[in-house]
Design a protein around this ligand. Structure first.
Ligand SMILES: Nc1ncnc2c1ncn2[C@@H]1O[C@H](COP(=O)(O)OP(=O)(O)OP(=O)(O)O)[C@@H](O)[C@H]1O
Ligand SMILES: [Mg+2]
Length: 301
């Protein structure tokens, strides 16, 4: 098969891991920087130009889209979809998962437990929203946060108010969220491929820190999921229409609370900690889909 990986970082661990896994299984792997793609839409066949030349036909595309170029990346995926190319993450699903508030709305609507969350808007009273999420202490989050940057624990009303004000002055969109104290600075990342949990790790924040991002020096270890947890993870991914995703949840007194679903999950941490060849599982999933599609077309013809 000819498989394209949409990635801006050919040297990144995840990209390299996918390239290796594909080559090992006899596929032609090509890294395409989606920020250098131009798209032709309208009469005739949809086309993608890459570095000024029309891009060849691929059987499948694996999007690895960074948060800062989500919309641009989604347009490129959408174009691949128009060209009948199978994509591991559909553009609509990527957009929905990437917006933290929309993602939580969708999950909550499907009856999946999430931390109590509220949006806050400049000029509107904070008090009722604080009440909605269960009062202080409260987690203040930028909708666009990554690696724990822009995720702050406010213990007092004054702190919450001034942090929110400062973010708003910078034009940032914000949510507040109930603080899950009993999670004790840990969260769980479950990697799902094709409706199956293939790898899970627990990330534990360093002492004195509540954010368990590996980029912030958190440690990680293999963990197994309870039945209820596995169900919440698989349902979340299904409801968001994703085939490959990293689901993060917190262990709370009222069960697992899904915090976010990542449509381009990093592979370095999870492969390193669990020893699972997640990239290989993703390639195998693409092979199965390709085969199914071929059989379908053969039966039709
Ligand atoms: N409501 C909460 N209660 C307790 N801990 C939380 C809560 N929200 C976040 N945390 C902790 O802070 C960490 C960072 O938060 P979050 O994952 O929401 O943002 P981020 O890591 O910046 O975003 P992304 O995962 O998209 O890069 C989480 O991994 C978790 O350990
Ligand atoms: Mg996170």
């Amino acid at each position: 098969m000819k498989i394209a990986i949409l990635s801006r970082g050919p040297q990144l661990y995840s990209t390299q891991s996918l390239v290796r896994a594909g080559i090992k299984r006899g596929h032609f792997m090509h890294i395409v920087d989606h920020t250098r793609c131009t798209l032709a839409v309208g009469r005739g066949r949809p086309k993608i130009y890459y570095n000024d030349y029309p891009l060849e036909r691929f059987d499948a595309v694996i999007p690895r889209i960074g948060a800062s170029v989500t919309s641009q990346g989604a347009s490129v995926i959408s174009q691949f979809e128009m060209m009948q190319c199978f994509t591991v993450a559909r553009s609509e699903a990527l957009l929905q998962a990437r917006d933290k508030l929309r993602c939580l709305q969708k999950l909550a609507r499907c009856g999946i437990e999430v931390p109590r969350t509220a949006s806050v808007v400049a000029g509107q009273d904070l008090m009722p929203m604080l009440h909605e999420v269960g009062g202080l202490p409260v987690v203040v989050k930028l909708l666009e946060s990554t690696h724990g940057n822009g995720v702050i624990l406010a213990e007092t009303y004054r702190t919450a108010e001034s942090v929110i004000e400062a973010f708003q002055r910078l034009g940032e969109r914000i949510i507040i969220q109930e603080f899950i104290q009993e999670a004790k600075g840990a969260d769980i990342r479950a990697l799902v491929v094709a409706g199956e949990v293939v790898a899970t790790m627990k990330r534990q924040a360093r002492g004195g820190e509540f954010r368990s991002n590996l980029h912030r020096g958190a440690t990680a270890e293999v963990v197994s999921l309870g039945e209820q947890e596995e169900e919440a993870v698989l349902r979340s991914v299904k409801m968001l229409g994703l085939d490959v995703a990293g689901v993060d949840f917190l262990r709370s007194r009222r069960g697992p609370l899904v915090m976010e679903v990542n449509a381009s999950p990093g592979l370095e941490g999870i492969e390193g900690v669990t020893g699972v060849d997640v990239a290989g599982r993703i390639i195998e999933f693409i092979e199965r889909r390709h085969e199914e599609l071929r059989n379908f077309q053969a039966n039709k013809g």
